[in-house]
Design a protein around this ligand. Sequence first.
Ligand code: PLP
Length: 377
Amino acid sequence: MERPLINHRGPEMTALAHDISRGLKQLFGTEAGEIVLTAGSGSGAMESSLVNTVSPGERVLSLSGGAFGDWYARQARRLGAEVEVLGVEWGEDIPREALEALLRGDADHEIRAVTVVHNETSTGVTWEVAGVRRALDAASHPALLLVDVVSSLGSMEFRFDEWGVDVAVCGAQKGLMLPPGLAIVCVSARALDACERTTTPRSYYDWRPYVELNPMGWFPVTPPTSLLFGLRESLAMMQEETLTGVYGRHARLAQGVRQAVDTWDLAMVGRDPALLSNSVTAIRLPEEIDGEALLSFAREQLNLELGGGIGPLAGKAFRIGHMGWLNELEVLATLGGAELALLACGFTVELGSGVSAAQRLFAASWANGSASGKSAR
Ligand code: PLP
């Protein structure tokens, strides 16, 4: 990323952008999807998905089981859509029956788009995007499927084509292991058609000039070139490890964290073990433990940045992120730090209990050969 910059309308940029596009398409699981890369962040990518597919006054159905599901809905509302939120208690599963009933009830197909968060970072719960596609298909509903993959892409499998996703939105700073600064969008042919007839005013995020220049590997505006150098490298790192290896490593590390949490006898925010995320774990705190004090202790005494509870979980939960370039040793250190912080805040925990539970899991997965790929250094 510290390399000198290149002409963004020259042959080096063409090669760079084409490498990135190939790598991102592999990660999104698409052959036909178009990549639109702009400066921004995950929220910028969400805005980009909305202004190109939904006109003012059109209906959007937002599924929400956490802070980012709510955020997608709020953005759509701010941009002029008529938004209906189909919410569940934070940490719960997709309300499949209610979703299907709502879609069937919309006989005139007024709902333009359904928004869904693949991995809800605020609750540590991963939703089955294919299930939302099934509900749309079962109701023969043509709404576009817009999916937030901000905290899943690069940490867990995503299948844009197979799941019938129309727009997937991401940032740079999570599974892609970069500093913040990119809004990354993957767009289906149906979404590009919608983009033509959408009347929402848009300029910087209008997909059309980007898509037009994609074959040249150029951009209609100055791109964040240094981040693109970094993105090419992070995609190459994942290809070296293989995507199976990357996803297997995240599954293993997440399982280690979950073993530790079980050993501490703390509850997850997500109550269904089958839905627990491989990129972030959200843990409920007993009422008598002050979540803010826990975070401060970890930060000040250990230089350990734990995630706080968001919204209604503020002070009542904490989160351990385990995405990106991370190995067993770092997870064990984090768990050790979390134990010290919990103890300092008055929670009775046997020091080393969670660490050794995770160690045993890692040791067993190596012993039985289920740990695929080599670990991140
Ligand atoms: N969606 C999810 C699932 C997120 O985790 C985040 C940020 O953490 C966002 C959206 C917003 O992305 P950004 O902060 O990059 O704008």
